[in-house]
Write a protein of this length. Structure first.
Length: 225
C-alpha cells in the first residue's frame, strides 16, 4: 500500500508537469490503461493519482468521456485570475518584508534570466523562467500555506498563463513589470510590491479579449445556458 502511495505521488507530479507544460492539453483523455502502460505501473496508483488531480481541478470525469484534462468556462477563467492576482499580490507584499538578501540576490538572477530570454522571442522558454521567478517570490513570503495555495491555483491556470505570453508584446511587457516588482521587493516596499504584482497577474479588459482570441479550441468550455 505504501509503495502504491509513493507511485501515485510520483504520477501526480509527472502528470501535473505534463498538463502545465502543455504536453497534455485541456480536453485530452486520460485513460487508466494507457497511463499504466506508459509509466509501467498498475492501475491502482494511476487511479489514485487521477483522484488527486481531480481534487485540485486539473482533471475532470465527464459522462461518456471518462477522465480528461479539465477545461474551464470564460466566467471561471476570469474568477480564477482574480484570485490568482490577489494570492500573488499577498506573496509579493510578504516577500518584500521577509526575503533575506541572499534570496533577493537569487531573485535578481532569475529576473536577469527572464530578461535574456525575452530577446529570443520564445514565449515558452520565457514562461519557464517566469515560473521560476514567481516561485521564488512565493517561497520568499515565508508562509508555506500561502505558497501551497498559490501554486495550486497557478497550476490550474498554467495553460492559460502560458498562452497569454503569446500575445504580441506581452513577453517584453511582462519582463518590464518584473523589474518594477523586483525593485519594490528589494527596497522593502511591501504595498507597492503587492499592487504591482496584482496588476502584473490580473487579466482583464483588452488583455482578456486578447487572451480569449488565442485560446485554442477545447481549452474553454461553453458557458452554461
Amino acid at each position: 500500500m505504501a509503495q502504491n502511495g509513493k507511485l501515485a505521488t510520483d504520477l501526480v507530479q509527472k502528470l501535473e508537469r505534463d498538463i502545465v507544460t502543455g504536453v497534455l492539453k485541456p480536453g485530452d483523455k486520460l485513460d487508466e490503461r494507457s497511463l499504466s502502460e506508459r509509466f509501467g505501473v498498475s492501475r491502482t496508483p494511476v487511479r489514485e493519482a487521477l483522484q488527486t488531480l481531480a481534487g485540485s481541478g486539473l482533471v475532470a470525469t465527464m459522462p461518456r468521456r471518462g477522465t480528461i484534462v479539465a477545461s474551464i468556462t470564460v466566467a471561471e477563467l476570469i474568477e480564477m485570475f482574480e484570485v490568482m492576482a490577489e494570492l500573488e499580490a499577498m506573496c509579493a507584499r510578504l516577500a518584500a518584508r521577509r526575503m533575506p538578501r541572499v534570496d533577493i540576490d537569487n531573485l535578481i538572477a532569475l529576473a536577469n534570466e527572464c530578461s535574456a530570454l525575452q530577446e529570443h522571442a520564445d514565449a515558452d522558454a520565457y514562461y519557464e523562467a517566469n515560473v521560476r521567478f514567481h516561485e521564488a517570490i512565493y517561497a520568499g513570503c515565508r508562509n508555506s500555506f500561502l505558497e501551497r495555495q498559490t501554486k495550486n491555483v497557478r497550476n490550474r491556470l498554467a495553460p492559460y498563463r502560458r498562452l497569454q505570453l503569446h500575445r504580441p508584446g506581452r513577453v517584453k511587457k511582462s519582463n518590464n513589470e518584473h523589474a518594477d516588482i523586483l525593485s519594490a521587493i528589494s527596497n522593502g516596499e511591501a504595498d507597492i510590491a503587492g499592487k504591482l504584482m496584482q496588476q502584473h497577474v490580473a487579466v482583464q479588459g483588452e488583455a482578456l479579449n486578447d487572451l480569449l482570441a488565442i485560446v485554442p479550441r477545447g481549452y474553454l468550455e461553453p458557458l452554461a445556458s
